[in-house]
Design a protein. Structure first.
Length: 408
């Protein structure tokens, strides 16, 4: 496959990924508006992320099954259209609970995107460039979080939060046509998957691969920490340092996502470089990144000044980027192409469902235990899982990647 044909479609997929994260993040920028208009409590605000992630996570396994069996392009298009419709319904909410229903439907719609996109990228790129290709796509997440936070705050305050959601929903649905045109001439991954001799497997068999199970556990901790920041950091900055809503949202997202893009890019190059020289290199880079990220995550809550918060957030984002740039490529090193969709969908399912409790727990418990203590508990959980990945993975990853019955 020509070099241009392998890289250009990823840019269009990255834009779709950015729109998905704009849809997720825009709501976290308008918490004061939701408190005033619909009477949201703090715990209910936390549920806007938790409910989304529960549905998104539980549906990712199904999304993986579908991605392994159907046209990836059409799955992506259907996901964008359905997510746009869900946003439009969310904008019609008349109570906290009806808004949460809309968030649930959006989680269901978006859960089909990532497995299909990752299977396409894995088909276009082998192990020598896979981390970089996945990272190029992941940059869309950072762009989407920044754009979504600012868009939600500015448009929400100027036009109202309902039109803000309707405009974004229409844009997502329209972008499905762009995907139809952009991917029309690209070779489907079915030709690659047809070469796989391994039979498709279920989640139970995947979890019997020790390295894969450890990656799933670490992803729970990663999800818990990052969704606390995505959900609560704009509100924490606004209330703690008396910042205007739009300024707090932009500061939170740029302090997190711009350094994370740097961490993703650096982590991708390091991961591909290490993988060519040391089979377990990607795994160690992931574990190191997670341990460092957890320390800086706690530092965000413990900081006394706005400058200290920004420095800790940036350091967290770079370290987290080392993990995120490599975990999908690491999974694909372990699992046969015929089950790539299920494998990445299941990691997202476990991460989203396990990690999504963190925003609602912070909302419900911060008045009793304090933000710093809750941040510290989730940081400790991540360190424990990362050490387990590094220690046990040193032995099991070599065996799993070389002789797993799930490899083709």
């Amino acid at each position: 496959m020509p070099v241009r044909a392998r890289w250009t479609p990823i840019l269009f997929l990255a834009a779709a990924f950015a729109l998905g994260y704009m849809a997720r993040q825009s709501l976290s920028s308008i918490f004061p508006l939701l408190r005033a208009d619909l009477g949201f409590s703090e715990a209910q605000l936390g549920l806007t992320t938790t409910v989304f992630n529960w549905v998104y996570g539980l549906s990712n396994g199904l999304g993986g099954h579908v991605a392994d069996r159907m046209s990836k392009r059409w799955v992506i298009m259907a996901s964008l259209v359905a997510a746009g419709a869900a946003l439009a319904l969310t904008g019609m909410a008349s109570s906290p609970w009806t808004l949460l229903v809309g968030r649930s439907l959006m989680g269901l719609a978006l859960s089909f995107y990532i497995p299909a996109a990752m299977v396409l990228i894995a088909a276009w790129h082998g192990p020598e460039t896979r981390s970089r290709a996945i990272t190029l796509h992941s940059v869309g997440q950072s762009v989407g979080v920044i754009a979504g936070g600012y868009y939600g705050a500015v448009v929400g305050e100027s036009l109202g939060w309902r039109p803000m959601l309707w405009i974004l929903g229409g844009t997502m649905a329209a972008y499905a046509l762009v995907i139809r045109l952009a991917l029309a001439k690209d070779a489907p991954p079915a030709t690659v998957q047809a070469k796989a001799t391994a039979q498709r497997t279920g989640l139970g068999q995947l979890l019997l691969v020790p390295s894969y199970a450890l990656i799933c556990l670490c992803s729970i901790a990663v999800g818990a920490n990052v969704w606390i920041l995505y959900t609560w950091l704009p509100d924490l900055l606004s209330t703690r340092f008396a910042l205007p809503l739009a300024e707090a949202s932009l500061l939170a997202t740029t302090s997190l996502e711009i350094p994370m893009m740097g961490g993703l890019l650096l982590g991708a190059f390091l991961g591909d470089w290490l993988a060519r020289r040391w089979k377990v290199g990607r795994l160690y880079l992931m574990a190191t990144g997670l341990i460092l990220a957890c320390g800086f995550f706690y530092g965000i809550a413990a900081a006394d000044s706005l400058l200290e918060v920004r420095v800790a957030t940036a350091a967290y984002a770079v370290a987290k980027g080392f993990y995120s740039a490599n975990y999908v490529a690491c999974v694909f090193d372990l699992i046969a192409p015929s089950s790539h969709g299920l494998a990445v969908g299941s990691v997202n399912m476990i991460s989203s469902f396990g990690g999504s409790l963190s925003p609602v727990l912070l909302g419900a418990l911060k008045a009793t235990y304090g933000t710093a203590m809750i941040f510290g508990g989730f940081a400790l959980l991540g360190v424990v899982f990362a050490v387990g990945l590094a220690v046990a993975g040193h032995r099991t990853f070599r065996a799993d990647a070389g002789s797993s019955p799930l490899r083709s």
